[in-house]
Design a protein around this ligand. Structure first.
Ligand code: GTP
Ligand code: MG
Length: 452
C-alpha cells in the first residue's frame, strides 16, 4: 500500500493523502497494548524488562557485554540488564530509573509497548504518566524486602489512572533461596493490599521470578518446580485485549475533519464506545454553538473499505447527512441522538498532580485535554486531599496541592465541553491537565453538573 500512497501523491491534494495515510496506519494486524512495570525503587523492574529484551533476542550478547562493562566501570555491577532501559547518564551512574523508557515487543497476540517506570518517590510524577498510558501493569516486588511504601502508592495510582489488568511479579527469588514459603508470604501481604483497593487477589496472577538470573522472565525456571503458572512474557499474552466497550452509548470524538472531493465533509477519529451504524441518527456535540448539530450517518469507512457498522475501538472516517465542514471540528463528539453526551456546566475530578512548577491553588486555569478536546477550565474549589496509600481523605479544603498529591477538585470549563463521569462512561472521563507545554496533572471526572 505504500506504493499506492506514492502514486496517489502525484495526483491528489495533501488533504487527500493525509486521509489515506490515516487509513494506512489504522490497518494493523495485531491489537496494540501498553504494559507498564511499576513498584518500589530497586525492586528490579528495569532488570526484568532488560532481561526480557535480552532473552527475546532484542539485545545481542555483544551489546550486553558492553553494558556489563559500563556497569562495572560505574561500580554498578549487576545493573547491566537495567541499563537496557536506563539510558540517561545520571540513571546509569546512580543506578536508578528517573524517566519513563519504552520498548516495543511483538508477542503472539499483541503489538506491545513496554513502559518501564521509575520507583523512586521523587519521580512518582513520571510513574503516573506511565500509568495513564497503560492498559495493563506488572507490580514488581522484591521477594527479600516484600511490601514497601511505593508498592502501595503505585497500586493506588494504577487504580486512579484506571489500569484494570494487573499481575504481580515477585522478583529476586534467587536472593530468597527460590523459596515457596517466602513467595507465599509476599503473596499473602500483597493480597491484603489488593483487597483494599478492590482487586480480587484470587484472580490475580503472582509470578515468582529473577530478572538477574533469568528465572520465569522468558524461560521457565528450573529452580522453582513448585510454580506451575506463566512466565512474565507468557503473562503478557494472558492479559485480555484492551476491551471494546460496545455496550455503552456511541461516542466518536473527532480527531480531524477532511473535505474530500466527491465525498464531502469527512470527520475522522476513533469510536470510543458503542456501535456506529449507517442510517443512525446522530448529533455532533458541542458543535459551534454548544447546542449540537443533528444529522444522519451516510457512510462509514475504515481500512479503505466501507462498513455498514463499526464497533468501539475502530478508527473511522464518516460522512453525515446534514453536517458540513463549518459545523464540525476537532474536539466535537459524534454521538447517537437517542443518547447524547452531556455538555457540562461544572464537574468534580479526582486528580493526581504530576508536574507543577510551584503549587496548584484555587483559581488556576490550565488547559484540559479531554478525549480530542482542549478546553481551558478553572479549578474553582479544592475539595479534599486524598492519601494515595489508603484512598482516605487526609485534608478537607486544602489551601494548595503540590507534586505527588492526589485530590478531589471542582472544575469549571471556560467553554462548551462534552464530558462524562467515570461511572457512566470511563472512556469519556479521563483527562490530562497541561500548562506551558508540560502535563501538570492527570485525572478522571467523577461527577458532572449538566448545562441546562
Ligand atoms: P528503579 O527503576 O530505580 O525504581 O529500580 P528498578 O526497580 O528498575 O530496579 P533495577 O532493575 O534498577 O535493579 C536494582 C538492583 O536490584 C540492581 O542492583 C539489580 O542488579 C538488582 N536486581 C534486580 N533484579 C534482581 C534479581 O532478580 N535478583 C537479584 N539478586 N538482584 C536483582
Ligand atoms: Mg528501573
Amino acid at each position: 500500500s505504500l506504493s499506492s500512497i506514492i502514486l496517489v501523491s502525484n495526483e491528489f491534494t495533501k488533504k487527500f493523502i493525509n486521509y489515506f495515510f490515516i487509513n494506512l496506519i489504522m490497518a494493523k494486524d495485531k491489537p496494540s497494548m501498553n504494559v507498564v512495570f511499576v513498584g518500589h525503587v530497586d525492586a528490579g523492574k528495569s532488570t526484568c524488562v532488560g532481561r526480557m529484551m535480552f532473552d527475546g533476542g532484542a539485545v545481542t550478547e555483544q551489546e550486553m557485554k558492553q553494558l556489563r562493562e559500563e556497569a562495572e566501570k560505574h561500580g554498578k555491577a549487576g545493573f547491566e540488564f537495567a541499563y537496557v532501559m536506563d539510558n540517561i547518564k545520571e540513571e546509569r551512574e546512580r543506578g536508578v530509573t528517573i524517566d519513563l523508557s519504552y520498548k516495543k515487543l511483538l508477542t503472539d497476540k499483541y503489538e506491545i509497548t513496554i513502559i518501564d517506570a521509575p520507583g523512586h518517590r521523587d519521580f512518582v510524577k513520571n510513574m503516573i504518566t506511565g500509568a495513564s498510558q497503560a492498559d495493563a501493569a506488572f507490580l514488581t516486588i522484591a521477594a527479600p524486602s516484600g511490601v514497601q511504601p511505593q508498592t502501595t502508592e503505585h497500586l493506588w495510582l494504577l487504580r486512579t489512572m484506571g489500569v484494570k489488568n494487573l499481575a504481580i511479579s515477585v522478583n529476586k527469588m534467587d536472593a530468597a533461596d527460590y523459596s515457596e514459603e517466602k513467595f507465599n508470604k509476599v503473596k499473602e501481604d500483597v493480597g491484603k493490599l489488593l483487597s483494599q483497593v478492590g482487586i480480587n487477589p484470587e484472580t490475580t496472577q503472582f509470578i515468582p521470578c529473577s530478572g538477574l538470573m533469568g528465572d520465569n522472565i522468558v524461560a521457565k525456571s528450573t529452580n522453582m518446580d513448585w510454580y506451575k503458572g506463566p512466565t512474565i512474557r507468557e503473562q503478557i499474552d494472558k492479559f485480555p485485549a484492551p476491551e471494546s466497550p460496545t455496550n455503552l452509548p456511541m461516542r466518536m470524538p473527532v480527531q480531524d475533519v477532511y473535505d474530500i472531493t466527491g465525498i464531502g465533509t469527512v470527520p475522522v477519529g476513533k469510536i470510543e464506545t458503542g456501535i456506529m451504524k449507517i442510517g443512525m441518527k446522530v448529533v455532533v456535540l458541542p458543535g459551534r454553538t454548544g447546542e449540537g448539530i443533528a444529522g444522519e450517518l451516510k457512510t462509514i469507512e475504515a481500512h479503505h473499505e466501507t462498513h455498514a457498522e463499526a464497533p468501539a475501538g475502530m478508527n473511522v472516517g464518516v460522512n453525515i447527512r446534514g453536517v458540513g465542514k463549518k459545523d464540525i471540528a476537532r474536539g466535537d463528539v459524534i454521538c447517537e441522538a437517542a443518547n447524547p453526551v452531556p455538555i457540562v456546566e461544572e464537574f468534580i475530578g479526582q486528580i493526581a498532580v504530576i508536574n507543577h512548577p510551584t503549587v496548584l491553588a484555587k483559581g488556576y486555569t490550565p488547559v484540559f485535554h479531554i478525549h480530542t478536546a482542549q478546553v481551558p477550565c478553572q479549578i474553582t474549589e479544592l475539595i479534599a486531599q486524598i492519601d494515595p496509600k489508603s484512598g482516605q481523605v487526609i485534608k478537607e479544603n486544602p489551601d494548595f496541592l503540590k507534586n505527588g498529591d492526589v485530590a478531589k477538585v471542582r472544575i469549571k470549563p471556560q467553554g462548551n465541553l462534552a464530558l462524562e463521569a467515570q461511572g457512566d462512561n470511563p472512556y469519556m472521563a479521563r483527562f490530562a491537565i497541561r500548562d506551558a507545554g508540560a502535563t501538570v496533572a492527570a485525572g478522571m471526572c467523577v461527577e458532572i453538573t449538566k448545562k441546562k
